[in-house]
Ligand binder design. Structure first.
Ligand code: 5GP
Length: 483
């Protein structure tokens, strides 16, 4: 028996034993997820149930994955590894690129490379699936697939045996109904657990501030048991907020010393019992400072003056820039890449993008100015390239493409210098205002027809240093036009 076979047989022993205990089903499944992930030397495992209408998959047990990944959104059974619905075992080599994966960006952030999924069958019908995830890209062997298929069978038997399956389905139906109701009302993505009322006005104020900065939040999503007597929980602690992007729990407090002392005691206990949990006790000035530390807002103020709302948070931008850089790195392997940017709006984007491209490259900048009247304005190059791009592979990096006039002019100029290839990467695409159809090869985000600032983009030289992209208050621009 080789090592792998030995580890599989040990895991089967453990999994079968767990399945045969009288523990609650959820505990059994979480334990099976853990043993399965370990036996397959993978970084995580999930067990999912299919909705009665076979539309959604809900994660009912998991091991090794972050809260952020587990809450990434509803899994559509037809978009997410749909062949598993036909009873097949599906192996994905690169989850960040494979079209069968519904959330490739989430997989990228979670550092998931390969996925192996097997169907859960009950009385010949598919009721769910079990998946394992690896950080390193992996070609799964037949032994890996057989192992997971057998684990799936044990899970199915465990669910049948405890008869809790019916209970889970009922719970699941309730979640699906809740989710549908929420999906019908347009809200910020953070609001899936929006409470009908808050325990304290400061909590509501904090939630509004998080909404403004588009930081995802969950209100009181988890209670941590802190003390037991004869297996009965005697004390619990429920932090006010969880911020999935920062993987951080927040407990708000007023300045009343007696409350702070009690909360500090509970937090100390929580940290002892749950060392993996990141939690902070904050009063108002603390949380403004915390937001400033993570790049949101300025100290002392609650919102940035002149900004109507945040369109893309710092985290969203970073995630998207990383994904663009990854695609460029794949597309330009073995090529002589030059990134050309137009000053000054592109500085933040260029700086982040080039740091995530994993290829040798050079950069160059141009500067332009606009002259003439509103009706007849023209573009003039005030700073040309420093080095020749002849025979090189050029990517023109733009902050925003609006009418397309600037880009069209600059592309014609660059093409006349005979690069080997010429493509465009823009962070923002204001498609609604396009007059000239310029080809855009890499696009960060589409933006509405509004004036946006931040992350390098300015309004009369200001706002470039905001770490997010926001829409300017319309009154500010209107006032300008009335002058
Ligand atoms: P286009 O020639 O495509 O109409 O305009 C492109 C240039 O206009 C951009 O490089 C940028 O300098 C400016 N621009 C267009 N829309 C916006 C916007 O919403 N915000 C900012 N800050 N600049 C914009």
């Amino acid at each position: 028996m080789d090592n792998r076979e030995y580890s599989y047989s040990q895991a089967f022993k453990q999994i079968a034993k767990t399945a045969n205990t009288s523990l609650p089903l959820k505990k059994v499944l979480n334990s099976i997820a853990r043993s399965t992930a370990k036996a397959l030397k993978s970084s995580g495992c999930t067990i999912m149930l299919l909705s009665p209408q076979k539309e959604h998959l809900d994660i009912i047990a998991a091991y090794g994955l972050s809260d952020l990944y587990l809450r990434k959104g509803a899994l559509n059974a037809h978009k997410s590894l749909r062949e598993v619905l036909d009873g097949k075992i599906v192996a994905i080599f690169d989850a960040t690129q494979d079209e069968r994966v519904q959330y490739p960006e989430a997989a990228d952030t979670e550092k998931i490379s390969s996925v192996l999924a097997a169907p859960l069958l009950q009385k010949g019908e598919i009721v769910g699936q079990v998946r394992i995830y690896t950080e390193e890209p992996r070609c799964f062997s037949q032994a890996d697939k057989d192992f997971l298929a057998t684990v799936a069978n044990i899970i199915a038997i465990a669910m049948e045996k405890t008869e809790l399956h019916q209970v889970l389905i009922a719970e699941h139906e309730e979640t699906v109904t809740k989710r549908r109701k929420l999906a019908d009302t347009p809200q910020l993505p953070s609001s899936s657990l929006r409470p009908s009322s808050f325990g304290h006005p400061s909590e509501e104020e904090f939630a509004k501030l998080l909404d403004f900065y588009r930081i995802e939040w969950l209100y009181e999503p988890r209670s941590f048991p802190l003390a037991w007597h004869n297996d009965k929980v005697m004390e619990m602690f429920t932090p006010d907020f969880y911020l999935p992007e920062l993987d951080l729990y927040i407990e708000l407090t007023t300045l009343k010393q007696s409350l702070i002392t009690e909360k500090n005691r509970k937090l100390r206990r929580l940290r002892e019992l749950y060392p993996e949990v990141n939690i902070k006790l904050l009063n108002k000035s603390d949380y403004l400072r915390l937001l400033a530390k993570y790049g949101y807002g300025r100290l002392g103020g609650t919102k940035v003056e002149g900004i109507d709302r945040v369109l893309f948070s710092h985290t969203q931008i970073q995630r998207r820039v990383r994904a663009l850089a990854k695609r460029i790195s794949q597309d330009y392997a073995e090529r002589q890449l030059v990134l050309v940017g137009i000053l000054k709006g592109v500085v933040c984007f260029m700086s982040d993008l080039m740091q995530h491209i994993t290829l040798p490259l050079t950069i160059d900048f141009m500067a332009i100015s606009y002259y003439g009247t509103d009706n007849e304005s023209a573009v003039k190059i005030t700073k040309d390239l420093d080095t020749s791009i002849a025979g090189l592979d050029v990517i023109m990096v733009e902050d925003i493409v609006d009418t397309g006039m600037t880009l069209n002019y600059v592309l014609n100029h660059l093409a006349s210098h005979n690069p080997r290839s010429l493509h465009v990467c823009t962070l923002l695409d204001k498609r609604a205002r396009r007059l000239i159809n310029v080809p855009l090869d890499y696009i960060g985000f589409e933006v509405p027809d509004e004036f946006v600032v931040g992350y390098g983009l300015d309004y009369h030289g200001e706002y470039r240093n905001l770490p997010f992209i926001g829409a300017l208050t319309p009154e500010l621009i209107e006032k300008e036009h009335k002058k």
